[in-house]
Design a protein around this ligand. Structure first.
Ligand code: F0G
Length: 482
């Protein structure tokens, strides 16, 4: 797990960076946390960070930036067109991702918008390992349909399978035969499949997908938002690649895809996103949409300072000391909690530690959103803000019925290089208390539900007065302490 060996201590992950700018945190009392989560409609997206102690909502735009990124931001060449900052970014994309053409977008979902608008005809299918919320929304927005073809192990939450993000290649061949290739828009592969617990795919699997795509003349679109960490786990878990550098692995992955898009908010600890390809025809089809929806071709809606940070951040994905921090800390948290009997998604993935809410809250029916309830309950007892990744994040069918999510997860994101080990231990301690008191957690129901991406702004309410009872138990057990 560690690049260093300890003398007598049990191994633990160690930071290969030091903090030089810090932000003060506040832990508000449980009574305030109760009021805050009620005001937020039991949706952690709607909490103010004033009431949040450790913000584990997401790694998106919250990874720590490096001194070199901040230094580069001071040199930004602020020009509407022809900015030299963009030239640096283009060079970084070419060198790190191995793609010649690059279109900048204001963030990852904007790249999804452009790709879907260009490549999907109404009624076409997009087979994939697994969806991400915004990708699904953009595919359906243009009349496409998704088909999720994960390997059988993927949804077994406690598993030892190293690559649960693998697509099932038999299912993929069958899907292409069944629909016929002209009805397939492209194959989408997501690095470190976000919604099933940040689980990687293997290079062996992607190579097979390429072989199948070639047979049917289909394109592969890679969501590379979490590619650095996926590459790190390939190095750790796939024997053929253990002696290769992260740079070699990243290029091996991207060379198997026709189009690579990403959220720079995740991949390179900055802002923005983009689409990279070596396919000039596809590039030229997408190019006119950038000035229409994003901004001129040399900024794409991203601030020029952030373009500089993105270029440096892309090179930093090649540094194992940088990339391993997130998976190593996650492994520490997942293994420590699993050891206490808390149902965690295993093997540990990337992005965050994921709690299996359906097992944690087995008394809460899925129709009452156990992952949403767990996210609220955990905030209440800790001030730690996680994110629901379950049926609240799902959608309704044509009859207006909830489509239950395959998995109900509480995601505790560990943005890169942000939290210390003691803060992680605090979160683990409070999660253990909540596990011991899990019978006090109750369900939720919607009171306000937006028509798309409802998890962002939706409001819920508890089905009973369980939050008050949980807060009272906290006071009883912890006295006057925070
Ligand atoms: N693809 C993946 C795999 C993502 O995780 C995200 C964002 C996007 C695309 C969209 O990128 O936010 O820049 O528009 N994930 C964030 C998260 C929101 O919290 O997991 P974006």
């Amino acid at each position: 797990m560690n690049p260093i060996t300890f003398y007598r201590s049990e191994p633990f992950p160690i930071e290969f960076h030091k903090a030089r700018i810090v932000q003060k945190l506040h832990l508000v009392p449980v009574e305030r946390r109760l009021a805050a989560i009620c005001q937020a409609g039991f949706n952690t997206f709607k909490l103010s960070t004033r009431d949040v102690f450790l913000d584990m909502l997401t790694d998106s735009g919250t990874n720590a930036m490096s001194d070199n990124q901040l230094a580069a931001m001071m040199q930004a060449d602020d020009a509407y067109a022809g900015s030299q900052s963009f030239e640096k970014l283009l060079k970084a994309v070419q060198e790190v991702l191995g793609k010649t053409f690059f279109l900048p977008t204001h963030q990852g979902r904007a790249a999804e918008h452009i790709i879907c608008k260009t490549l999907i005809k109404p009624g076409q299918i997009v087979p994939m390992n697994y969806h991400f919320t915004t990708a699904l929304a953009h595919i359906t927005e243009v009349g496409g349909h998704i088909e999720e073809l994960l390997c059988d192990h993927a949804l077994i939450l406690q598993s030892a399978h190293p690559f649960k993000g693998n697509i099932d290649t038999d299912k993929l061949e069958h899907s292409i035969q069944h629909h016929s290739p002209e009805n397939i828009a492209f194959i989408r592969m997501e690095a470190s499949t976000n919604l099933i617990g940040g689980q990687p795919f293997s290079l062996e699997n992607l190579t097979q997908v390429r072989r199948i795509a070639n047979q049917h003349d289909l394109k592969i679109v890679l969501d590379a938002s979490l590619l650095g960490e996926n590459a790190f786990l390939i190095q750790q878990r796939e024997a053929a690649w253990q002696h290769k550098s992260l740079g070699d692995i990243i290029q091996a992955v991207t060379s198997l895809a026709d189009i690579v898009y990403f959220s720079a908010r995740k991949l390179s600890s900055s802002r923005g996103g983009g689409i990279a390809t070596n396919d000039k025809d596809t590039y030229l089809k997408m190019e006119p949409l950038i000035p229409l929806y994003e901004g001129f071709l040399t900024y794409g809606g991203i601030s020029v300072k952030e373009i500089e940070a993105m270029a440096v951040g892309l090179y930093e994905t090649l540094d194992p000391d940088n990339i391993r921090q997130n998976p190593d800390f996650i492994a520490f948290m997942v293994n420590g909690c699993s050891h206490k009997g808390i149902p965690m998604v295993t093997p540990p993935g990337v992005l965050g530690a994921h709690v299996d809410a359906m097992t944690f809250c087995e008394h809460i029916p899925q129709s009452q959103y156990p992952a949403g309830a767990l996210a609220s309950a955990f905030y209440l007892c800790s001030g730690v803000r996680g994110m629901e990744r379950g049926s609240v994040s799902s959608v309704r069918d044509e009859n207006g019925d909830d489509i239950p999510a395959d998995v109900e997860l509480l995601r505790l994101a560990l943005p890169r290089r942000v939290f210390t080990l003691s803060q992680i231990k605090y979160a683990m301690d409070r999660l253990e208390w909540l596990f011991d008191n899990r019978h006090l957690i109750g369900g939720l129901r919607f009171t306000y539900e937006p028509p798309v991406l409802r998890f962002f702004m939706g409001s819920l309410e508890p089905v009973s007065d369980w939050p008050q009872k949980l807060a009272a138990r906290f006071r009883k057990d912890f006295g006057n302490s925070l």
